[in-house]
Design a protein around this ligand. Structure first.
Ligand SMILES: Nc1ncnc2c1ncn2[C@@H]1O[C@H](COP(=O)(O)OP(=O)(O)OP(=O)(O)O)[C@@H](O)[C@H]1O
Ligand SMILES: [Mg+2]
Length: 773
C-alpha cells in the first residue's frame, strides 16, 4: 500500500492513500488489491464504509480508457518545430458581433463578481493543474486546416529539457506568502518542478522535519481553530495528536522510499514545457515583451501562463505588487490566483467614459497605487474581455501613470482563445472582441500561436476538434462525431460528466442523481473570512469561487476535485465518495495497511490496538469534536488506471490583491458534484469522460469548448450532433487567418538558421516586421 500525507497550505493535513494499483511488483511499497484476508484495520475501514451505506463501495478498476491514456503511450516521433505567429500592428477592426449574443449561456451569477463593484474586487486564488501530461501531439495549425491538403506537423517532446525552477535561498528575507506563489492557497510544492518526493507515513521523520522559513511563511495563520466549525478542537488536541504520532515514529522503523508506482506515474511527474512554450516564457520573463499567446484548446496556454506567473513573481520577488494577475471572469481569475480585470482596475462596472473612470480611480488610493505600481499585467481568458473595456483600460493606464507609451508602459501578458467563449453581451450594445480594440495592436508586441496539442494525443481527434473550432467541418468529421452518440463503454463506477450550458440544468442533473442515492447526507458548510467586512460584498466576491458555500454529499456521489493536491490528483480529477471517516480512522487504516504490507510495524493486531487506544483516548478528551469530524473519503481514478483514495479535508481559496491583502477567503472541502458541470465551469478543464448534448448548445464557441474538454474519442459521448450548432464568429476566423506560425516566420527571415537551430532563437522577435506576415 502506498500512503502519503501532504501538508496542505499549512492548514490541514491531507492524507493520501493509493489503492489497487495494477501491475505493481510484489515488494513495492504500494498497496496491491490482492486476495489476502482482510486485516483488522481494513475491517475498520470497511466498517466506516458500512456506516454510510450507498452505491459506492465497490473498488474502482482499471479501465480501457485509462489504459489508452495512462500506459505505455506510443513514443512521439521527432518532428520539425512549429511556432505560432508573430504579428504586429493588426488593423483595428470594427465589431459587428450583434449576432453573437442572442442568448446568455450561463447563469448571470457566474459573473456576480464583475457587477456593481465600486471598490477594487479581486478574485480568488486557487489551483491549477500541471499534471497528467499526455504526450504532445502536433496540432495542425490554422492555415493547415483551412487548406486540408497541407501536412500536419508534429513535435517530439524528447528534445525539450526545461530547467528546474531556481531554488529559494534560505538567506533571502521572508516574503508574504501571497506574493511568492501564483496560487497562494496552494502549498509551495505545487509550484516546484514536478519532481515527486517519496511519500511517507504521516509520522515518519521526513514529514516531521521542520520546513524552511519560506515554507513556513505559507502556512496559513488562519488555522486558529475557533472559527472553523469542522475543527472545534483546541490546539491542545492537535498537540496531543502530534505527540502520539511522534511516539509512533519513535517505535517505527523508517519507511523505505517508495519507487514510482508505474512508468506512467514517472511520466506524469515530468511535465516539461515545449520549445514554443519555453520561447514565450523567455520572451516574456527575460525580454520583457508584451505578448498575446493563443492556440486551440489543450495547447498548454494555462500551463504556460502558470509558469510565466511563477517566474515573474520570482523576478519581482522583492516587489511582489509589480505583477498583477487578472482574468476576464471571476472563475478564470480564481483558477490562476488573481482578480478580475475590473477588480484590479477599480472601475466598478466600468460603464463610464475613461476620463470619468480615471477620476474614480484617483479617489481610491488602493486602486491608484495598483495602477502606479504595476509593471506587468497578466490577463487570462481574454476571449471574454470586451474590446471597449480594453481601450478604456489602456487610456486609464496612460492617464494615471502619466506615461504616453501604450498601456502606460505596462508590460502585457495576455492569453486566451477567441474561438472559445466570447465577451458577455451587454443590453443594447454589440460586444466587441479584445482584438477589435483600437489599442490592441499598439499594446501587443508579439502574438504567438501555440500549435502543439497536449490534451488529445490522438491526432485524428485533435484534427476533428480543430475543424469544429474553425467551423469548417468536413463530411467525414461529421460522420465521426455522429458515431460518438453511443454510450461510453465504462467498466468502473465513474460516469461521464455531462456538460450543460446553464447552471440550472447542472443543478437539476446533479440533484436528480443525488436523489437516487440512499444513505446519510453529509453537509459541509464553508467558512468565509477576509478583510472585507460587508457580508454581501464578500459573498459576491466568493460566488465566483469554485468551492460552494455548502456542499451536500452521500456515499456514492460523483465528485470533482477542485484543488491541485499533487501530480496525479489535480483540479479536474473525478472520483466517487466511498466513505466518510475521521482523520484518525483514516490514519489507523492507512498505518495498519502499510504495516501489513512491509512488516515494518509489527503485527496487525498490535497496530489496530494502538489505533483503537488512541481513538478511545481522544474520544474522552474535551474538545475532541474535530477528531470525530468525518470527511469524505474519495476514490479518484488516476491516469494510469489505478485508483487513489484521498481524505478530503478543507482547503482554502483566497481573493488576494497584488499587495497581499486577502479580501475574502473561503475554507471548504475541495469537492463539487460532478455528474454534471456547466460549460462555463468546464472551460479550461481536462476531462477523461465527457457527455455533451449539442441540442442544448446555442452560443458561439460553446460546442467547441464542451467537446474539446475530452482527451479522447473513447471518452466522449456526443448526442444530437449538428454542424449548424457549431457556430464560429467570422471576425475570429479572420483574425486567426492573419496569424502565421513562428516557424513560418523564422524560415522566411532566416532560412538557414531556422534549419540548423534546435530551438527558436527569440532574438529573432526583434527582427520581424509586418512584411514577414
Ligand atoms: N508542456 C507540456 N507537456 C505535457 N503536457 C502538457 C504540457 N502543457 C500542457 N500540458 C497538458 O495538456 C493539458 C491541457 O493543458 P492546458 O489546460 O494548459 O491547455 P489550454 O491551452 O489552457 O487549454 P484550454 O484552452 O482548454 O484552457 C493539460 O492536461 C496539461 O497538463
Ligand atoms: Mg486554459
Amino acid at each position: 500500500m502506498h500512503i502519503a500525507r501532504v501538508r496542505a497550505r499549512g492548514i490541514h493535513t491531507i492524507r493520501l492513500l493509493s489503492l489497487t494499483c495494477p501491475k505493481r511488483p510484489p515488494n513495492s511499497s504500494t498497496y496491491s488489491s490482492s486476495s489476502r484476508p482482510l486485516n483488522a484495520a481494513e475491517n475498520m475501514f470497511k466498517k466506516a464504509i458500512q456506516d454510510h451505506p450507498g452505491n459506492g463501495t465497490k473498488a474502482l478498476h482499471q479501465t480501457d480508457l485509462l489504459q489508452v491514456n495512462g500506459q505505455a503511450p506510443p513514443k512521439p516521433q521527432p518532428q520539425p518545430q512549429q511556432f505560432g505567429a508573430v504579428k504586429r500592428k493588426l488593423e483595428a477592426q470594427e465589431s459587428s458581433l450583434g449576432s453573437l449574443h442572442n442568448a446568455v449561456y450561463f447563469d448571470e451569477n457566474d459573473f456576480d463578481d464583475d457587477l456593481d463593484l465600486d471598490e477594487p474586487q479581486p478574485l480568488i486564488a486557487p489551483s491549477i493543474s500541471s499534471s497528467a501530461p499526455p504526450q504532445p501531439v502536433t496540432y495542425p495549425d490554422l492555415d493547415t486546416l483551412i487548406k486540408p491538403s497541407q501536412s500536419v506537423n508534429t513535435r517530439a517532446p524528447a528534445d525539450v529539457n526545461y530547467p528546474d525552477l531556481p531554488s529559494i535561498s534560505q538567506d533571502e528575507p521572508a516574503i508574504p506568502s501571497s506574493m511568492q506563489l501564483p496560487w497562494s492557497s496552494s502549498p509551495p510544492s505545487h509550484f516546484q518542478p514536478p519532481v515527486k518526493k517519496p511519500r511517507t507515513l504521516p509520522w515518519t521523520k521526513e514529514e516531521e522535519e521542520p520546513r524552511n522559513d519560506k515554507r513556513k511563511s505559507f502556512a496559513t495563520p488562519q488555522r486558529k481553530k475557533p472559527q472553523e466549525p469542522w475543527n472545534k478542537s483546541e490546539s491542545a488536541i492537535k498537540a496531543q495528536q502530534k505527540e502520539l504520532r511522534q511516539e509512533y515514529k519513535k517505535t517505527q522503523k523508517p519507511e523505505p522510499k517508495p519507487k514510482p508506482k508505474t512508468p506512467a506515474d514517472a511520466k506524469v511527474a515530468s511535465l516539461f514545457l515545449s520549445d514554443e512554450q519555453k520561447a514565450v516564457l523567455e520572451a516574456v520573463v527575460d525580454r520583457g515583451k508584451s505578448m498575446f499567446f493563443t492556440g486551440s484548446a489543450g495547447t498548454g496556454k494555462s500551463v504556460l501562463m502558470r509558469e510565466i506567473i511563477s517566474k515573474l513573481r520570482q523576478k519581482y520577488r522583492t516587489e511582489p505588487d509589480r505583477v498583477a494577475v487578472t482574468a476576464s471572469t471571476g472563475l478564470a481569475a480564481c483558477n490562476i490566483g488573481g482578480v478580475t480585470l475590473h477588480s484590479f482596475a477599480g472601475i466598478g462596472l466600468g460603464k463610464e467614459p475613461a476620463v470619468e473612470l480615471v477620476k474614480k480611480i484617483k479617489k481610491n488610493q488602493k486602486a491608484r497605487n495598483r495602477w502606479l505600481r504595476t509593471k506587468v499585467l497578466v490577463v487570462d481568458e481574454v476571449s471574454m474581455v470586451d474590446g471597449d473595456l480594453f481601450d478604456k483600460l489602456e487610456e486609464i493606464a496612460r492617464r494615471i501613470r502619466n506615461n504616453g507609451r501604450p498601456f502606460g508602459g505596462i508590460q502585457l501578458v495576455i492569453t486566451g482563445d477567441f474561438f472559445q467563449l466570447p465577451p458577455v453581451p451587454e443590453m443594447g450594445r454589440e460586444a466587441k472582441f479584445a482584438f477589435g480594440a483600437a489599442s490592441w495592436t499598439t499594446c501587443i508586441q508579439h502574438t504567438i500561436l501555440l500549435t502543439n496539442v497536449f490534451r488529445q494525443r490522438d491526432p485524428v481527434f485533435a484534427g476533428m476538434l480543430n475543424e469544429l473550432r474553425l467551423g469548417n467541418i468536413s463530411p467525414s468529421t461529421i460522420e465521426a462525431f455522429k458515431k460518438l452518440a453511443r454510450p461510453l463503454d465504462v467498466k468502473d463506477q465513474i460516469d461521464a460528466t455531462e456538460l450543460f450550458p446553464t447552471r440550472a440544468e447542472v443543478d437539476g442533473a446533479n440533484s436528480a442523481r443525488m436523489g437516487r442515492l440512499s444513505g446519510e447526507v453529509m453537509r459541509y458548510n464553508a467558512v468565509d473570512s477576509g478583510t472585507i467586512q460587508d457580508q454581501q460584498h464578500r459573498d459576491r466576491l466568493l460566488s465566483a469561487c469554485m468551492a460552494p458555500p455548502l456542499i451536500q454529499l452521500k456515499k456514492g456521489a460523483q465528485v470533482m476535485l477542485i484543488k491541485n493536491m499533487e501530480d496525479s490528483l489535480v483540479n479536474g480529477s473525478i472520483g466517487k465518495v466511498v466513505a466518510f471517516m475521521s482523520e484518525d480512522y483514516f490514519d489507523a487504516y492507512s498505518k495498519n495497511d502499510k504495516g501489513s504490507a512491509d512488516d515494518a510495524m509489527g503485527s496487525d493486531d498490535e497496530a489496530v490496538h494502538r489505533a483503537r487506544q488512541k481513538l478511545k483516548h481522544l474520544a474522552h478528551t474535551e474538545g475532541s469534536a474535530s477528531m470525530a469530524r468525518k470527511w469524505p473519503l474519495v476514490s479518484f481514478l488516476q491516469p494510469d488506471g489505478s485508483e487513489r483514495h484521498l481524505l478530503c479535508q478543507p482547503e482554502t481559496w483566497k481573493i488576494e490583491l497584488p499587495n497581499g491583502e486577502v479580501q475574502a477567503q473561503r475554507q471548504q472541502v475541495p469537492l463539487i458534484l460532478a455528474w454534471a458541470l456547466s460549460i462555463h465551469k468546464a472551460q479550461g478543464q481536462t476531462l477523461q469522460r465527457v457527455k455533451v448534448d449539442l441540442g442544448r448548445v446555442f452560443e458561439k464557441g460553446q460546442a467547441y469548448v464542451a467537446l474539446s474538454r475530452a482527451v479522447s474519442q473513447e471518452g466522449l459521448q456526443v448526442t444530437r450532433f449538428d454542424p449548424r450548432k457549431v457556430m464560429v464568429h467570422p471576425k475570429v476566423v479572420e483574425f486567426y487567418s492573419k496569424l502565421a506560425t513562428i516557424t513560418d516566420a523564422l524560415k522566411k527571415k532566416k532560412t538557414k538558421k531556422a534549419r540548423t537551430a534546435p530551438a527558436v532563437d527569440y532574438d529573432d522577435f526583434d527582427d520581424f516586421d509586418d512584411d514577414d506576415f
